[in-house]
Design a protein around this ligand. Structure first.
Ligand code: ADP
Length: 404
């Protein structure tokens, strides 16, 4: 027997053990191997060979280290030829399959001793646990995935909470300032019953201005929350441009007139009498009137504001609101669409604002499937440009309809 020739002469006990083993291992499912004291294979059964994709003959005489991928079974040059599997133990080893596949075996080993009680080899059974290892790896991959996802969700919740706290703090501040002022004027009037009528009227006008500001603030906040929650009902239908422009002209002209600002509407090459676009009329009016009233607020008396329309590439309409006003400082241009942001140059002006108009405008433009941008130069003026599709895609329209 070839495997027996690998035995040291006289190692009868090991020989007998192998023979006994050979008979026994025909009946077991597991792979079985017997190693000599130097970790060379003396015996392997068919099951082990099959597990490793080779023949029993090719295994015999092989050193254990050539069969396994992990573990150090090579032994040292300094006479330490004792293998690692010298005590009864159970361990998982990764074997080399002849075709390169990954094979995991659960190895249960028992040391063998000769008649003098000297260690002379190891017999071991090898159960194929590859499927189990794969399942374990899959479970830990899924666990890691779940953990990293729940980490992301947790971070998002934290971010949302911080944003919410920030938002509530800003809103409280925005409300507190006019409310403090209201309280101040009421106290002034109550503390002096003999207040001259002109003074009383002045205070009442300030009270009215504060009340109006608070109403604007509240309405803008409600609009923002309706948009964010998807509670805006878009009514997409053909809208004649002529109607929109005349409604805007009628509504805005008095503001410009009061401030002695020249206001004009220019139509570019659009045929006003027939031109229609499919959109939500109310939102379009809101977008353009927000931009026009900003242009009016931030342009000094004697300035010029215009609303121009243009058809671009056949399926996009541009609306441009141009003013000759105070402009937006370059360093602040990235922030003006943020909620509550007011430019440093406009905060100094007597006109009040909520800092929410552009945030609402941008959300509405996006709901209509369009884009908004601007160019501005401080002390020279600003041009806001809104581009809208002539007819928004039906999918977008129905998405916003269904979310409402
Ligand atoms: P509000 O006008 O109520 O302050 P908005 O959100 O409409 O709020 O605008 C945000 C800021 O952007 C304004 O406070 C102003 O500083 C700047 N801004 C908007 N439109 C113009 C404009 N046409 N010219 C100059 N600055 C503008």
């Amino acid at each position: 027997m070839s495997e027996i020739t690998h035995l040291d002469a006289g190692d009868q006990r090991l020989k007998e053990s192998i023979q006994r083993y050979r008979r026994m291992v025909q009946t077991v499912q597991d792979g079985v191997m017997v190693l000599d004291a130097g970790n060379n294979l003396l015996f392997a059964n068919e099951q082990l060979a099959e597990m490793l994709g080779c023949t029993v003959e090719s295994l015999l005489g092989e050193h254990l280290s050539t069969l396994v991928l992990d573990g150090d079974f090579s032994g040292g040059a300094d006479g330490q030829r004792r293998p690692r599997l010298t005590v009864s133990e159970q361990r998982e080893l990764q074997f080399r399959h002849a075709e390169g596949a990954e094979i995991w075996g659960l190895v249960r080993s028992t040391p063998l001793f000769d008649a003098e009680g000297e260690f002379c080899g190891v017999r071991a059974s090898v159960s194929d646990i590859t499927a189990l290892k794969r399942a374990e790896a899959e479970v830990s991959r899924l666990r890691e995935q779940i953990e990293s996802r729940s980490l992301v969700v947790e971070q998002r919740v934290q971010e949302r909470t911080l944003q919410m706290e920030d938002f509530v703090a800003t809103v409280s501040h925005e409300f507190r300032t006019p409310l403090t002022s209201v309280r101040g004027y009421v106290d002034l009037m109550l503390s002096d019953p003999a207040l001259p009528p002109e003074q009383r009227e002045k205070y009442l006008m300030r009270l009215l201005a504060n009340a109006e500001h608070l109403t604007n603030l509240l309405n803008n906040l409600l609009d923002l929350s309706r948009i964010a929650e998807g509670h805006i009902q878009l009514d997409l239908r053909p809208v004649p441009l002529r109607d929109v422009l005349s409604q805007l002209e009628e509504a805005m002209t008095p503001q410009f007139h009061d401030k002695r600002i020249d206001f004009m509407i220019e139509l570019g090459a659009l045929p006003t009498t027939t031109f229609t676009l499919v959109t939500d009329r109310e939102s379009l009016i809101r977008i353009l009137s927000n931009l026009l009233s900003n242009a009016c607020k931030y342009t000094p008396a004697g300035g010029v504001v215009s609303l121009q329309t243009e058809l671009v590439e056949g399926d996009t309409v541009w609306f441009m609101v141009t003013d000759s006003g105070v402009g937006i400082p370059l360093s602040e241009q990235g922030r003006i669409f943020s909620k509550f942001y007011r430019g440093s140059n406009t905060r100094r002006l007597p006109t009040r604002g909520t800092g929410l108009g552009l945030a609402i405008t941008k959300s509405l433009v996006e709901l209509l499937g369009g884009e908004i941008g601007f160019v501005s130069q401080e002390d020279a003026g600003t041009v806001f440009r809104v581009s809208l599709p002539l007819a928004p895609e039906l999918s977008k329209a129905s998405a916003s309809d269904s979310s409402s």
